[in-house]
Ligand binder design. Structure first.
Ligand code: F6R
Length: 253
């Protein structure tokens, strides 16, 4: 695994944008797997600016997002669909029909998980998957469990995730308890994985995920199995334990 420890969130975001831009330049019709949350905001801002300057184009790009809350429709401002439109899709030249997320309004979990897997297969799989990590080690919404998911799943969010995500809602009670998430198997099948993490609350879980045992209790630890295709950009706070305890394994940016 290539782990790049960047001095700041801004540098992390710019470097990640460099990698994603290179992907779009090399393969203009890329399928991008995308994530929501605080970690990619800077990266998305960079991509928007580069697109405005004509340096990159989303004209032929297809996207599949990692996850969506169950019960929220795309026009709900807490939905991941809303987040993606606000922070990226509505600000670049992507075709609306090429944008895909799980449908949080579909109450038939079996049908929705199958539909999303079929959709990902129909676009030929993911060329570059963007990933953040939860403080509990989740990737997508694959929470710590006793087994790894393969395809898309409907998951019950853990207390730690509900608490972490309550910052975006009026109260913790309003955080949906379930979500649809791309499965760990699909994530690992992406051609390349662009991983980002920032902030000191990610430092411990990053060390566990990258250097601890591979276990479904830390879903991100799976990335060790596909280390060759993972490019991890973290800021100095998130990367503090990686840099201190595994200096030979990190690249200081
Ligand atoms: C979001 C997602 C999550 C986040 C993770 C980190 O689509 O799949 O796994 O990447 O919860 O969230 P932030 O970036 O807000 O710390």
């Amino acid at each position: 695994m290539k782990i790049y420890v960047c001095p700041t969130y801004d540098v992390m975001s710019k470097k990640a944008a460099d990698v994603m831009s290179a992907q779009l330049i090399l393969k203009p019709d890329s399928v991008l797997g995308l994530a929501t949350g605080s970690s990619p905001l800077g990266l998305y801002g960079e991509l928007v600016e580069r697109c405005e300057r004509g340096e990159i184009s989303f004209e032929k790009v297809t996207t599949v997002n990692l996850d969506e809350y169950c019960g929220l429709s795309p026009d709900n401002d807490q939905s991941y669909s809303y987040f993606m439109h606000k922070n990226l899709f509505d600000r670049v030249n992507i075709r609306p029909e090429n944008v895909h997320l799980p449908d949080g309004t579909n109450t038939d979990a079996e049908a929705e998980t199958k539909r999303y897997d079929a959709l990902i297969a129909s676009v030929g799989g993911v060329d570059m998957q963007l990933l953040g990590i939860g403080v509990d080690g989740h990737i997508g919404f694959n929470e710590p469990a006793d087994h790894f998911s393969v395809g898309t799943v409907r998951v019950a969010l853990t207390e730690s995730t509900i608490e972490a995500n309550s910052r975006f809602f009026a109260s913790e009670d309003e955080v949906p308890r379930y979500a649809y998430s791309m499965g760990c198997g699909t994530i690992l099948n992406a051609d390349k994985i662009l991983f980002i993490a920032n902030g000191k609350n990610k430092a411990e879980i990053l060390e566990q995920a990258f250097f601890g045992p591979v276990t479904p209790q830390v879903p991100a630890s799976l990335l060790q199995l596909v280390a060759d295709k993972v490019y991890a950009f973290v800021d100095a706070e998130a990367g503090a334990l990686l840099a201190a305890n595994h200096p030979e394994e990190v690249i200081l940016v």
